[in-house]
Design a protein around this ligand. Structure first.
Ligand SMILES: Cc1cc2nc3c(=O)[nH]c(=O)nc-3n(C[C@H](O)[C@H](O)[C@H](O)COP(=O)(O)OP(=O)(O)OC[C@H]3O[C@@H](n4cnc5c(N)ncnc54)[C@H](O)[C@@H]3O)c2cc1C
Length: 397
């Protein structure tokens, strides 16, 4: 396999963040190398595979039947007491459940199609530095360690990122800003094949929620995200209990087990240093409410790829120049996500009784409006109807 000794840009990690960065940089004429430690891009998945139409719109990609498993035409939100709200998307699907393994590969294929060199089973073992500045990577490929130089390195190595820290950036997440996820892909289960389901409650999923994302008539990703300090047990224990309590689920078969962390806060003001940019989960660029990060990673990656190309063309690889990426990302995504962190903080103060009240009060159309609008004014007004929640509501105004 032909790997050259020097590239303009090396991207570490071929998730959506890395592929987005590689594609954007290759599009700008850069010589790009995208390295992925796993032997198969996208596998094993660490994802419930839900992608909203709005996230797809931001990504700027068209639907492809290769990676669509199911259209989402409705949602059901369950309160702790079992009461629920139904949401119907009357104007067409609100999103899709994907086959993530195929999706991630297709994204990497797009980057390769524009000229990026993509290599699976190529693990970056350390950063190379010259005068304290990053100048490339050491990569283990085909049983050998090789040093490859680059003007800029983009770290897209996911939530467990080591690369950013090695470059001197503090990526530590507070426990409250990380959700622990556990999931079974199950078949032969009784589910609604057209609607996603979400279950809330401080006993069911403390600091998070349980999801059922259908992939077909009798097959679904059934998973959970929980957070400390709210959760006293492991995510998988809450999930098993949930499944055991439902006869339509416990009779099913498990065809895949997934787990992983999801950043739901701790957005980074600075995601660059000299010659290096961090993107995607590695930079905590995920939705703080539902934990969706595919779209965010791709968008963050694309901004980083374009910025890196601009820096190389300007012959200025300094932290100051690359800092434009911070500014652009915060304008495009960060400010919106920061508001959602606030909303998450308000929601995590809800007792089960508050959640029961909300589900009783809200209508499906309210939820569609909340999800699509950028302000929380209407939500705050609803909370104010319950005297106990007035103080919390004020935090949203
Ligand atoms: C249980 C669970 C459910 C989720 N559900 C959803 C969902 O329904 N919808 C949604 O949008 N998001 C979901 N997410 C979040 C989503 O999966 C991530 O936000 C998204 O994958 C982030 O993309 P990324 O490119 O930043 O990182 P990743 O997709 O994690 O990619 C990072 C890549 O870097 C590679 N890598 C790491 N270190 C190295 C190294 N040293 N050398 C080479 N390669 C390296 C890894 O192998 C990996 O492939 C879920 C997450 C979890 C854990």
């Amino acid at each position: 396999m032909n790997i050259e000794r020097e590239y303009d840009i090396i991207v570490i990690g071929a998730g959506p963040g890395g592929s987005g960065a590689a594609l954007a940089a290759a599009k700008k004429g850069m010589k790009v190398l995208l390295l992925e430690k796993r032997q198969e891009i996208g596998a094993p998945k660490r994802c419930a595979e839900g992608l909203s139409m709005s996230a797809m719109g931001r990504m700027g990609i068209e639907r492809d039947d290769l990676w669509i498993r199911r259209e989402i035409i409705g949602a059901t939100i369950y309160a702790p007491n079992g009461e629920h709200i139904g949401v119907d998307y009357k104007d067409g699907p609100e999103g899709y459940i994907l086959e993530r393994k195929v999706f991630d590969k297709c994204l990497a294929e797009k980057a390769a199609g524009l000229g990026a060199k993509v290599l699976a089973k190529a693990e970056v073992t350390r950063l190379l530095k010259e005068d304290g500045k990053v100048c490339g990577v050491e990569v283990e490929f085909e049983g050998e360690k090789k040093e490859i130089k680059a003007k800029i390195v983009i770290a897209a190595d996911g939530v467990e990122s080591k690369i950013a820290r090695e470059a001197g950036l503090d990526t530590t997440l507070k426990l409250v800003d990380i959700a622990s996820g556990a999931q079974f892909e199950m078949t032969n289960v009784d589910i609604d094949p057209d609607r996603i389901e979400m279950y809330f409650g401080n006993d069911i999923a403390p600091g998070g929620y349980v999801w059922i994302f259908p992939k077909g008539e009798n097959i679904a990703n059934i998973g959970i995200g929980v957070r400390k300090p709210y959760a006293k047990e492991k995510a998988i224990d809450y999930l098993k209990r949930f499944i055991e309590s439902r006869s339509g689920l416990k009779k099913g078969s498990i065809i895949e087990v997934n787990s992983g962390g999801v950043p739901v806060g701790g957005l980074m003001e600075n995601m660059v240093t000299d010659n290096l940019i961090v993107v995607g989960d590695a930079a905590h660029q995920a939705n703080p409410i539902h934990g969706g990060g595919m779209g965010e990673a791709w968008v963050g990656g694309r901004i980083a790829g374009e910025m890196a190309a601009e820096a190389i063309k300007a012959n200025d690889l300094s932290k100051k120049f690359l800092g434009k990426y911070n500014k652009l990302w915060w304008e495009k995504r960060g400010n919106k996500l920061q508001k959602l962190v606030k909303l998450r903080e308000v929601m995590e103060s809800f007792s089960d009784e508050d959640l029961n009240w909300l589900v009783d009060y809200l209508k499906g159309e309210d939820l569609i409006e909340f999800a699509r609008s950028s302000g929380f004014g209407k939500f705050a007004k609803i909370l104010m109807k319950k005297p106990k929640l007035i103080k919390l509501a004020r935090k949203l105004l």
